[in-house]
Write a protein that binds this ligand. Structure first.
Ligand code: HEC
Ligand code: HEC
Ligand code: HEC
Ligand code: HEC
Ligand code: HEC
Length: 314
């Protein structure tokens, strides 16, 4: 253990010194493993593996929506982010495991990158410290295609003070009490995460009915991502007999996709509030407005998430 301070001093001086660190460090008690697949990680990191398996990172290759649009990955351009591994790494006939453990962790010489400053030096997967693991840069390679990282840079300080990991990889505890980060990446498919994003309000004042949506909990646009997501405001009114009308569309938050050339980007930037007057049919005294989140813009109301509803009354 006496070698430790020297080791730290040497790491600070760069790559050449790294070799020396290896010489002065105590010999590993455990054999380093040879090349591994993500399936191998399950044996020693079962909790992380289970969290990942239920995440959209694991789903990225099998996702039917992605398969359809990529023509079953015959469009190879889509592989780069949806299953960024050499095809030869997989069993014959099995071509992808999505954004897997190795996509995010594999460093030089098969070592596993860690955000931990002092990862266990004798673990079989040879973890080493990599500053990029705890930074927004780690996510940017794949998540800036639709501008999510640029949007984060433009967010107000209150929200930008949090990194991607603070909101999408919350702290959890591993066996033995070691601190870990949840690998489920909750967001567009998680009701709790969606509810944290927005605050809604509405009523009727001297200028008539109004409704507002504040992006108060996402450090990027709401909804972020272009092609697939939309959030809609709908309104309905009660007539003199007390009957409610059908829900009517009032506004859509969305970044249009390539072919939707007639539309403009109406996403709600981080920290911003959208507020607008609504038109009211003659005679209506009481109304309701609601916000629906759709993971596909054409999904029916019943398959969308209602994120909140307000009564419109004077
Ligand atoms: C034979 C068991 C074993 C296998 C297989 C294994 N690991 Fe590990 N790993 C460990 C042990 C033991 C540690 C050190 C103790 C700890 O941090 O849990 C560790 C630590 C880590 C760390 C650093 C954690 C920290 O906070 O310091 C990362 C990252 C990691 N492993 C990733 C992986 C990945 C990714 C794979 C699959 C490619 C993998 N490991 C395969 C046993 C294993
Ligand atoms: C190798 C590329 C890659 C990297 C690196 C990556 N992601 Fe992803 N991520 C994806 C892809 C692709 C999807 C969408 C998969 C799908 O739904 O088919 C995704 C999905 C997500 C989702 C879920 C969105 C939803 O629909 O629910 C979140 C949240 C997320 N990523 C956050 C992160 C964060 C935070 C980081 C950095 C620690 C990160 N990702 C790193 C490629 C990546
Ligand atoms: C630069 C990385 C990158 C490339 C290349 C890429 N994607 Fe994605 N894709 C993502 C990320 C990241 C997400 C998660 C949502 C987002 O955009 O923030 C995603 C999400 C998706 C989704 C939504 C999944 C869902 O369940 O809602 C579809 C569909 C999709 N991609 C299809 C494709 C197709 C088809 C291609 C090839 C033409 C492609 N992607 C190429 C990074 C990429
Ligand atoms: C302050 C908390 C917060 C921070 C920081 C944050 N996000 Fe999010 N993120 C959210 C919330 C809430 C949602 C759900 C609403 C939405 O889509 O805006 C979300 C949604 C997402 C989605 C889902 C997009 C989709 O439609 O599938 C992705 C991908 C994502 N975030 C990536 C990132 C990345 C990458 C970073 C870092 C640059 C980041 N987030 C930083 C809170 C945050
Ligand atoms: C989208 C990228 C991404 C994927 C996929 C991913 N990780 Fe991680 N992982 C990270 C990041 C980033 C951290 C560092 C978070 C921190 O400690 O600040 C991390 C931390 C860890 C840690 C240490 C913290 C903890 O929770 O125990 C282990 C161990 C680990 N990952 C193993 C795995 C294994 C095993 C898989 C596959 C089942 C996997 N990771 C998949 C990005 C990823």
């Amino acid at each position: 253990m006496k070698a430790l301070p020297t080791a730290i001093a040497l790491t600070a001086t760069g790559m050449g010194a790294w070799v020396l660190v290896q010489l002065v460090s105590p010999l590993p008690e455990v054999e380093a493993r040879g090349p591994m697949t993500s399936q191998d990680c399950a044996e020693c990191h079962p909790a992380v593996f289970n969290e990942w398996q239920d995440s959209h990172h694991a789903f990225a290759y099998h996702n039917p929506e992605v398969r359809k649009l990529s023509n079953d990955f015959r469009n190879e351009e889509c592989l780069a982010c949806h299953t960024p591994r050499p095809v030869l790494d997989f069993e014959p006939g099995e071509r992808g495991t999505g954004v897997d453990c190795l996509s995010c962790h594999q460093g030089p010489n098969g070592r596993m990158a860690s955000a931990n400053r002092m990862p266990s030096s004798n673990a079989p997967c040879q973890p080493y410290h990599e500053t990029r693991m705890s930074s927004v840069q780690h996510c940017a390679s794949c998540h800036n295609q639709h501008g999510t990282v640029d949007q984060w840079h433009a967010a107000p300080e209150r929200l930008k003070g949090k990194s991607c990991l603070d909101c999408h990889m919350t702290e959890t505890f591993r066996e033995g009490g070691r601190r870990g980060r949840h690998h489920g990446f909750p967001a567009a498919h998680d009701r709790e995460a969606l509810l944290r994003a927005v605050r809604i309000d509405g009523g009727i004042d001297e200028n008539g009915p109004w409704f507002s949506v504040e992006n108060h909990g996402a450090a990027h646009n709401f909804p972020t991502d272009e092609r697939s997501r939309a959030a809609d405001i709908q309104v309905r009114w009660q007539n003199a007999e007390g009957n409610w009308s059908e829900w009517e569309h009032a506004y859509r938050f969305r970044d249009p996709y390539r072919d939707e050339v007639d539309l403009v980007n109406t996403q709600l930037p981080s920290g911003k509030t959208w507020r607008q007057s609504l038109s009211r049919p003659p005679g209506a005294t009481l109304g309701e407005a609601r916000l629906l989140y759709r993971t596909q813009p054409y999904l029916p109301d019943d398959d969308s998430e209602e994120l909140g509803r307000v009564t419109l009354k004077p």
